[in-house]
Write a protein of this length. Structure first.
Length: 183
């Protein structure tokens, strides 16, 4: 009974010849290898950032890993690059003191400046350097203490004070005198 069943050909597969078997074996190795190569090329091909983003650009990465703070050394001997009191006032102080914003005394208002001037130059300078009330340290500017002291003298003198211009830092004064002696 089993002999007649085997001869009917009911169990034959799609591969009928040895040549078909060889081609099937080769294809079963080559096709997956080609698929793997194509997938690797697709995944590894160039940068594919999301649409509209430059998060992986060299500049963006450098900005994110940059130090939080930076130290700049300014040469105190370079008197010419230091701003005058009037220049610092115009760049920083005028924003609030010209209109009296946040309770600041207006420029030239002798009545508002009188009680502050009575406290003295050192007190005004300390307030300007460290901040007071709504005013931040140095009025929110980035200047040397000498430049801020010149601005304090300028602003207070506009309000009726008679403060003398502060002396230049020692290194700046000696460099200025050396420069004038060389001429």
């Amino acid at each position: 009974m089993s002999d007649s069943h085997d001869q009917d050909g009911a169990h034959e597969g799609p591969i009928k010849t040895p040549k078909q078997l060889i081609w099937t074996v080769i294809a079963s190795f080559v096709v997956p290898i080609l698929v793997i190569i194509l997938l690797v090329n697709y995944v590894a091909k160039g940068d594919k950032p999301a649409a509209g983003t430059q998060a992986l650009d060299a500049e963006a990465v450098a900005k994110r890993i940059a130090p939080m703070a930076r130290v700049e050394l300014k040469d105190a001997a370079d008197v010419a690059s230091l701003k005058t009191g009037e220049e610092v006032y115009k760049l920083v102080c005028t924003a609030c003191h010209s209109i009296g914003a946040a309770g600041s005394p207006k420029t030239g208002d002798a009545a508002a400046w009188a009680p502050r001037i009575k406290t003295g130059y050192e007190s005004l300078l300390t307030s300007a350097l460290k901040g007071k009330g709504a005013m931040g340290a140095q009025g929110g500017g980035d200047y040397s203490d000498y430049e801020i002291s010149r601005a304090v003298v300028y602003l207070a003198n506009q309000g009726g004070a008679k403060f003398d211009e502060p002396k230049a830092p020692a290194a700046a004064a000696s460099a200025a005198s050396a420069a004038s002696a060389a001429k």
